[in-house]
Design a protein around this ligand. Sequence first.
Ligand code: NAP
Ligand code: 8YV
Length: 325
Amino acid sequence: MPVSKFEVLITGQVMPLIREGLEAHFTVHKLYEMTDKEAFIASHGAKIRGMVGGAGHGKIDGAFMGRFPNLQIVGNFGVGYDGVDAKWAGEHGIIVTNTPDVLTDEVADLAMGLLISTVRRLPQADRYVRDGKWLSQGNFPLTGSLREKKMGILGLGRIGGAIARRAEAFGLSLAYHSRSPKLDVPYTYYASLVDMARDVDILMVIAPGGESTRNIVNRAVMEALGPAGILINVARGTLVDEPVMVELLKSGKLGAAGLDVFEKEPTVPTDLFALENVVLLPHVGSGSHYTRNKMGQLVVDNIVQFSEGRGPITPVAETPWPLKG
Ligand code: NAP
Ligand code: 8YV
């Protein structure tokens, strides 16, 4: 059915910069504010040509996209687009865009901060002061160290590479695991994740989420990392077998963990709250004003440029531009 006007549906609450940026160009519908979403989709679904969602907006799957017969582009707020079925979109002529590069340095900074916090126990030391224990119990116990340590990176992509460059400056020895070795890096490549985990002190997880990486950090990997091992996850909670991780952290078979992401956010396994060997963050890797504004602007620019016939700026791999077929 030919549609003349480019109308955009926002599926969940977004930052004002995105909503206002889209409203400056398009008729925008906010699904999250509608009391009768089904009635809206039935009456207006055919008018929707652009859609914006993102982490925490629920799954944008084939069944949902299929209800909008003239949908042409989905803008994902985030570089990770495991919440959108991009394969289905590509097969149905729909472009998916994400927000690569603009958040790389922010997330890499956070990953290093979380690593240092976990090894040197900075949040625990802060609590020690606030609880008056420095006065009542004396000096804070000595901690682990990054000196003479080896870090293995799961996923040496844009963010993994930026973490590696920072880690080099901290004097860490580096190794990595991904599906294919990178030609232009000096770090040791491991084809086997469990072999890498056995050889390193720290496992930094920063590969994409989704079914292909679900529970890739399994019991064998965490046991190989061992009682002195440090697990840092800034990727997606789904990459780590969470119940097994909790069990190993409680028993001391895994040394410590720094976690920015969890399997069922914002729900965090409550067993973790009582553990002194974990640092927990509420998915704040890209969460600065500066970087979120860059991400939001890229979401808007992708849809505006596409609507003007100039193609998307950052289409994902499954939906290359121009679409084939
Ligand atoms: P990227 O440039 O695409 O890098 C991903 C890397 O993972 C690639 O080097 C890839 O190498 C590797 N990889 C992919 N599938 C793999 C698999 N099955 N097994 C092993 N390695 C695999 O992505 P990025 O921009 O660095 O972002 C990475 C992820 O970080 C995102 O997808 C997102 O989930 C997460 N993230 C989290 C936050 C946060 O706030 N905590 C913020 C931004 C991003 P090969 O293709 O050679 O395997
Ligand atoms: C989130 C992220 O998108 O880019 C990603 O993949 O995980 C984050 O930047 C951000 O928290 C928005 O929910």
